[in-house]
Structure formats: C-alpha cells, structure tokens
Design a protein around this ligand. Structure first.
Ligand code: ZN
Length: 472
C-alpha cells in the first residue's frame, strides 16, 4: 500500500496535493490536483496546469489515493453519544425514555466530553461537517461549540427553542431573544455555524415556529425540527391540530428553504409536493429508520422530485461510507425491490447526497460539500489501492457499496489535517475516549433511563431458558 508523507500533509499551506484522482460533482477526474491555502481550495484542475501555475510549491504526491469531499451528517445529537447502544432494540419513541433523561444527567464536563467523543467518531467516519439538532443538556450550548471546535470538525449548532410548556399560544420573548443572540454569536467563526432547533412541532408555540423561521431565513441559517418521524408523532399532531405535522408547519408558514426537517419518514404524496414547492430540506436518516423507526423516507422519490435532502446519522453511528450504503440499501428494500427498480439511484445519488446534498440541506452549500475553487477545504484522502477498490470499474458506486472507514488515510477540515489514520493530529484522542468511558458510566448511572428490552446477552439467556416472549 502507498504511504503518503504525513509531515508534508500536516504542513501549514499552501499545499499542492496530487492524488490519483479528485472526486468532482461530474465524477472522478484522473490526474487532477488541488491547491489549498487559507482553509480553502485555491485551485482545482489538471495536475500539470497547477504545477505550472504554482512553480514554487513542491507537489505532495498521493499515489493510490482519491481526494473526495468530506461527508456531511445532516442530523446528529452530539451530546447523546454516551448512550448510543442504550437505544438498541428499543421501540420508536426513545427520546422520552432514554435521551431526555440521559442529556439531563450531563454536567458541563460530561456534555463537553460526550460532544467531543461524537465529533471524534464522526471524523473517523469521514464526516467533516455535523449538524447538531440542539442539546437538551442543561449547559450553555457553547460547550458543544467548544467541543466541536477543539475536535476540529465543522458544526451546524442548533439552539433548542422549545416553548410550548409556557402554556401561552404567543411565543415566549426570552426564547426569541436567545435565538437572536445565538444566531449572532458565531458570526465569522471558521467552524461553528449557528442554527435554531425545535424538537417536534408540538414543542413550540405557533408564534415561535413562525418567528424562528423568519429569524433563521434572515440570518441564512436553518431551523432543525423532527418532522413526521413516528406514527405516534403524526397521530399527536392529528389529534391536536387536525392535520399532520408537516401540514401543520405549512399552515402556519414555517416551511421553506430555512427548514431542515429531520427524518420525514411518513410522507403522503401531498406532503412530498409541499416539500418540493417550498424548497424545504430533509435529513434522510436510513440507519435511524432501521434501528428505531416506523418507516423509510421516500428518498428516491425525493431525488426525482428535486426535494433537497442530506443524509443523517441521528447519532446512530458516525460512519460516512456505511451511511451512504444504508441510504441505498434502505431505498432498495423499502421501494426498489417492490417495483423492480434495480438501479435505485444508480449509486451516485447516495454519494452526492452524503456530501453536497447534505451541505445544501444544512445551509452550507456555498461553503462546503464540493471540491471546487473557493470552497472550504473539507476533504478526505481515501486509499483506493486496496483489494476492495483497486480493480475499479465504477468508482462512485464502489465507494457506496465497498468503501470503508479504514480506507480513509486523512481527514481535512478548513484546510487543516485533523485526522491521520483514525487518530487526531493535534490532540489526544485515546485519552478523550478513556475519559468519556468513565463519565458515561457515571452519567448513565445518574440518569433515569427506562429500557423496554433486555440487553442482547440477557435476551439470549431468556431465549435459552425458554422464557421467550415476543420481545426476545
Ligand atoms: Zn434526532
């Protein structure tokens, strides 16, 4: 296997990088190179042209490597990382029984450590951007911003604006004041981008849903709301408002390009039209559907209708290649098999929505997600000289189906080498993981978490002893 020069890659730029190929929106460009400097791609083009244009830069050759955009996780909960496996095998509405109690048990150190752990897992999985849907831990959201910044990942940072508990129909002035402050707080930050969040439409007053949509649109930010995720949520909205959650948001004027609707798994044809007509974006979260969902979002149909969407992990696992594969796999099982659609997005659909589609959905389409001049230098160096990828016939589709985290040699965010072979370059990743394991045990011990199902090991014992119920 080829070994690029780590020290040359970690040098402060500008850098002229010469991989075997650069993954452009049109497909892989063999023999292309990039110049990065000041956190951005200064030039992207054929290597010989870039060498001529930059005679003073010594090219860093990267044989056997593909330079491709970093993945964008369009839906995450960074401060839930201590409990990822607590949700395994659980029925759908785990936020009540697992996430709210767990996040409520975090103090400042544990919230910071949980978020940084999630950021490290994301970077290892090839994500250069994560959208955090707003922590419910009782700490300043800046704790999460610091964790993302210190880890070296780009973060769209949601501030939770729930105010339906106030009992009024009018919005709560303090909530909107905080929202405005939050939107201004990270102006000019190279890695943190402010966003607003409402847990579910019923969690905020109609006034606040309208006002957050307006504030975010004015600021060029997004509002993240879990929409049409579970049958229980759809039913709650029907009982309360007489319409489904997405229809409710439309009725009060909260749909639009500023909305990032998380999940949107249960969509009627009418709701697909609402998404398309309003330019609303969706985070399609296929692994969340498999692990705790009621349905799979109709993403192939969304792509056909021009609906904007990215791919999100929802904190399930921070692995970009497995997410892209899950996106295809879930469409195939839920829709493609039944209709004989054996192309089912032709591979590229899922790769593109894993980076540039995601960047667009989280409001950063002009900044990241694509290898192009002027864009932030958020990218991966992927070793394609491996048994899995070396005999290449169709690289984009191969990346979706055969790509893997262990092929990511290097992760760059904002032009800086952040990860080398799975380890952070300028901070102690293993020490953070050890501290997280200690703090997670304490936090889960304090939290009033209720699980419906036993662990896998206990389920096996019950199975073997003949005490099987339908749940094991
Ligand atoms: Zn979520």
């Amino acid at each position: 296997m080829n070994q690029p020069d780590r020290d040359a890659l970690a040098a402060p730029g500008p850098l002229l990088l010469q991989p075997d190929a650069v993954l452009l929106p049109e497909g892989p460009a063999d023999g292309w190179a990039v110049v990065i400097g000041d956190g951005r791609f200064e030039s992207v083009g054929p290597a010989h042209e870039l060498e001529r244009a930059h005679p003073l830069l010594r090219p860093v050759r990267l044989p056997g490597h593909l330079l491709m955009p970093g993945f964008v996780d369009a839906h995450h909960h960074l401060t839930q990382s201590f409990g990822a496996a607590l949700a395994f095998g659980e029925p759908s509405e785990i936020f009540r029984r697992v996430w709210v109690p767990l996040e409520g048990a975090l103090d400042e150190e544990s919230a910071y450590t949980a978020a940084k752990l999630a950021a490290l897992e994301a970077l290892r999985g090839g994500f250069t951007t994560v959208a955090d849907a707003g922590t419910r831990a009782g700490v300043d959201v800046d704790v999460v911003a610091s964790a993302a910044r210190d880890a070296g990942i780009r973060c769209v940072l949601g501030l939770v604006c729930n105010d339906a508990d106030s009992g009024d129909e009018a919005s709560h002035p303090a909530v909107l004041e905080n929202a405005e402050k939050h939107l201004a707080r990270y102006a000019g930050d190279p890695l943190v981008h402010a966003s607003l969040a409402v847990s579910i439409p019923e969690a905020a007053t109609e006034g606040t849903l309208r006002a957050t949509a307006r504030l975010a649109a004015e600021a060029g930010a997004v509002v993240q709301i879990h929409v049409n995720e579970h049958l229980a949520g759809v039913e709650r909205s029907l009982v309360r408002h007489g319409v489904r959650p997405l229809e409710h948001l439309h009725r009060i004027g909260a749909l639009g390009p500023q909305l990032l609707a998380a999940h949107a798994t249960l969509l009627t044809p009418r709701e697909l039209t609402l998404l398309a007509d309003t330019g609303t974006a969706v985070s399609y979260n296929p692994v969340a559907s498999a692990w705790k969902g009621n349905a799979v979002a109709p993403a192939t149909a969304m792509a056909e209708r021009g609906i904007r969407f990215g791919l999100g992990t929802d904190g399930t696992r921070g692995d970009g290649f497995r997410l892209a594969e899950a996106a295809e796999f879930a469409q195939r099982l839920a829709y493609g098999l039944g209709t004989g659609d054996s192309s089912c997005g032709a591979g590229w659909t899922w790769l593109e929505h894993a980076h540039s589609g995601g960047a667009d959905a989280v409001g950063l389409g002009a900044r990241t997600g694509t290898i192009a001049q002027g864009m932030a230098a958020d990218f991966l160096l992927v070793d394609v000289d491996t048994p899995e990828l070396a005999l290449s016939w169709d690289l984009p589709w191969e990346l979706v189906r055969r790509g893997n985290r262990d092929q990511i040699t290097a992760v760059y965010v904002a032009g800086r080498l952040r990860l080398w072979k799975g380890l952070p370059t300028d901070w102690d990743g293993p020490a953070l993981v050890r501290r997280a394991a200690e703090l997670a045990r304490a936090a889960v011990g304090r939290a009033d978490v209720t699980r419906v199902h036993p662990t896998s090991t206990v389920a096996r014992a019950l199975h073997r002893s003949g005490e099987r119920s339908t749940q094991q």
